[in-house]
Ligand binder design. Structure first.
Ligand SMILES: [Zn+2]
Length: 323
């Protein structure tokens, strides 16, 4: 029976087209379905890199045959799920083109024979789910705790943290002790946790990063159309890393955040730059929105600005970043 159901699911997924990335919000479940479909259709390596605090799988998927890797992540923050849309669109377009050996946006997909792109489209599925669905489905006693963490508000649109009220991009051991503006308790935003990597999501991403050893990395966030690339990069890497940021800025039209005022610390890319001495960028999508998610209506423009970033990252890593 289980086998029949499994076959049915595969047939269903194969005939059921992936609806437009632009018109329907990516929930965790929808992303999971699409990842399974793509992985099956194109024989992509897909794996869970760990579990969230609520036990959801954190998925990674690999595109390419290259032995070298780059890594692109999204939705460290709950309200920033537009980043998952951009990554899923990137994955879909690159996968189809790689399969047919097409070029895309002036870039040859052959780069993927040498440098693979790993995607983690949603680092924080618990936070995304709280932001999108609220907490009404939880028992009343739990709801009260979440409303408390949310500053007494019933509306969870501003939720940034993971399922336990930890801000995942303040969890990495790069200037962690000195982080400014830390909320001293679990909250919808800005609580850095008890110690670096105390959240199961950041612990999972740490282990995975150690495993695949990316030559370069992009962490997508929202909002503000800005590229953060600097975290006390060593003098010998400064030129290499700023060049990549300039390329990304030229293609996206986003402004470059200049050092050192904006080197906040505690973020994934801060840690990546410091720990590996390799380039990493935090790219903020969308025009600036207040404490909420950017609207889906901005998707087309952001996709147009970012569609070649994965390929640029892979090409750049091969050319300029030593293992
Ligand atoms: Zn963010």
């Amino acid at each position: 029976m289980k086998k029949i159901f499994h076959c049915f699911m595969i047939i269903f997924l194969l005939v059921h087209p992936i609806r437009s990335t632009a018109t329907e919000m990516y929930t965790y479940e929808r992303m999971e379905n699409h990842l399974k479909l793509l992985s099956h259709k194109y024989n992509l390596e897909m794996k869970s890199i760990g579990h969230t605090e609520f036990g959801r799988e954190i998925y990674a998927i690999k595109l390419g045959e290259g032995k070298k890797n780059v890594l692109i992540t999204g939705s460290h923050h709950g309200r920033e799920w537009l980043t998952t849309h951009i990554i899923m669109e990137m994955l879909k377009n690159y996968t189809a083109a790689y399969d047919k050996k097409y070029s895309l946006y002036g870039h040859s997909l052959n780069i993927l024979d040498r440098v693979s792109i790993w995607f983690v489209p949603m680092v924080n599925p618990d936070g995304v789910t709280i932001q999108q669905k609220g907490v009404e489905h939880l028992p009343l006693s739990l709801q009260e705790i979440y409303i408390d963490m949310n500053g007494g508000e019933n509306n969870f649109k501003r939720w940034k943290a993971n399922g336990k009220g930890v801000d995942l991009n303040r969890q990495y051991p790069a200037g962690w002790k000195e982080i400014n503006g830390n909320t001293p308790y679990a909250s919808y935003s800005h609580y850095k946790g008890e110690k670096p990597f105390s959240a199961s999501e950041t612990k999972s991403l740490f282990t995975f990063t150690e495993e695949i050893k990316p030559l370069a990395s992009v962490a997508y966030h929202t909002s503000g159309r800005e590229v953060f690339w600097y975290y006390f990069n060593s003098l010998e890497n400064l030129q290499r890393d700023s060049k990549l940021a300039t390329m990304v800025s030229d293609v996206t039209g986003y402004k470059i955040s200049y050092p050192p005022g904006d080197a906040l610390g505690g973020g994934y890319t801060d840690w990546f730059i410091q720990n590996y001495q390799k380039p990493a960028m935090t790219i903020e999508l969308s025009y600036l929105v207040d404490e909420t998610n950017p609207p889906l209506s901005v998707f087309h423009e952001e996709w147009d600005r970012n569609k070649s970033i994965g390929l640029i990252l892979a090409e750049y890593a091969e050319k300029y970043v030593k293992r």
